[in-house]
Design a protein around this ligand. Structure first.
Ligand code: HEC
Length: 379
């Protein structure tokens, strides 16, 4: 037989004004263990009960700050100690790059911690029983009444005094609420050590079996996988050549097939003498030269190479390529300017392949010829 214990005295009121007045009065009388239940939030109730602000923001602050600091330390450790990676010469400890991750982790941890703290500390989840649950009092205050409940464990609690206080405030009904030991000593089954041990064992067995199946059993005969073979795996060391590197560094002076280095560095005269245009002046090549000239050269030199810059004086205007000087240059000499640049004009060796450079030379020749046609061109 379970014993009945007095939990509280409750009173019901008919209007919001009455319940606010009641809450103020109960607070004034010095009661601390009481609560108000209303069908909807009532403005001014927090002030009447002199409720302190919730503790949850502090949980968010502490957890958020901890997460932010740990994240920055983790990123620092990862990027400067564990796996330093040179990204475009930027410092290993690059705070701006860490901000997005740190921000996300901060927000995520703070919000999850707030919810967990609310559920498990404020609401005492998974224990969801309360003496007021399933009482007439609770049914009424969920519909059209406004209730207040003063708990028996309040140091000032005296049944008679509380009753007369409620009466003086104009309560429409006053009821004591009892609860049983069972309710106090309620232990959710889910928290029983047996069940928790069962969960832990289940977790170990399932994850262990999964791990062994996917990583060991499936790699025994008769299975054979393409991924299991001797090869260099990205980001892994390899002992094949020694030194840990999966590839050998090229012997000094190695040149890629068909890519002899330009050997006329700062030697325009030699380039002029020795370089010969390997392209025939046929339509296909001249068309290629035209396309590339219009893209890469015309902004400064103009579409017809006469020096009509489109850069509106923001870059020195180049001389005309129709000058006697350039007309008398050999193809190799013009090729040299494109490859190495000349004074303020930069090199275009990285934008244009060798074939494209030679094609441009052909096109410049065509442009020059258009202003200096020979007798024979007119026939
Ligand atoms: C950013 C502007 C600019 C671009 C783009 C440019 N040039 Fe020039 N170029 C110049 C300037 C300025 C000079 C004059 C340099 C000097 O003072 O020697 C020049 C000089 C030259 C000369 C030598 C002319 C002479 O009389 O000495 C040639 C040939 C030439 N450019 C060809 C080209 C070709 C071909 C391209 C396209 C691949 C090109 N340039 C793209 C600005 C440019």
């Amino acid at each position: 037989m379970s014993e009945k214990i007095l939990y509280s005295y409750t009173a019901l009121f008919d209007t919001p004004n009455q319940i606010i007045k009641a809450a103020k009065k109960v607070k004034e009388e010095g009661y601390t263990k009481y609560d108000v239940n209303t069908p909807y939030p009532i403005h001014g109730m927090d002030a009447a009960m002199e409720l302190k602000p919730s503790l949850l923001p502090y949980v968010a602050l502490v957890v958020g700050l901890t997460a932010a600091i740990s994240m920055i330390i983790f990123l620092w450790w990862q990027n400067t100690i564990d796996y330093p990676l040179n990204i475009g010469g930027k410092p290993f400890f690059a705070l701006p790059a860490y901000i997005p991750v740190t921000f996300e982790v901060t927000v995520l941890s703070a919000s999850i911690a707030t919810v967990v703290a609310m559920l498990f500390f404020v609401f005492k989840f998974p224990n969801n029983v309360h003496p007021l649950h399933d009482t007439d009092y609770m049914k009424r205050v969920s519909v059209d009444k406004y209730g207040i409940s003063i708990q028996a464990e309040d140091p000032l609690f005296e049944a008679e005094k509380v009753k007369s206080l409620f009466n003086s405030l104009g309560a429409s009904s006053i009821t004591p609420i009892y609860y049983s030991d069972e309710l106090v000593n309620f232990k959710p089954k889910i928290l029983e050590p047996k069940f928790i041990s069962f969960l832990i064992i289940l977790f170990i067995v399932v994850s262990g079996a999964t791990y062994i199946t996917l990583n060991k059993l499936l790699f025994l005969p008769p299975y054979s996988w393409m991924m299991v073979q001797d090869k260099v795996i990205a980001q892994k060391t390899s002992d094949f050549f020694g030194g840990g590197s999966g590839m050998l560094t090229p012997v000094k002076g190695t040149v890629a097939r068909g890519f002899l280095p330009y050997k006329f560095d700062k030697k325009p005269e030699l380039a002029a003498k020795e370089l010969v245009n390997p392209l025939m002046p046929v339509k296909k090549n001249i068309e290629l030269g035209k396309t590339k000239f219009n893209i890469y050269c015309s902004p400064c030199h103009g579409y017809h190479a006469e020096g009509k810059s489109r850069l509106r004086g923001q870059f020195p205007i180049p001389p005309s390529l129709h000058s006697d000087k350039v007309r008398n240059w050999s193809d190799g000499r013009i090729y040299h300017v494109i490859t190495e640049g000349q004074n303020v004009m930069p090199s275009y060796a990285h934008q244009l392949s060798r074939q494209e450079r030679w094609a441009i030379v052909l096109y410049i020749r065509a442009l020059q010829r258009s202003l200096n046609a020979k007798e024979s061109d007119l026939q």
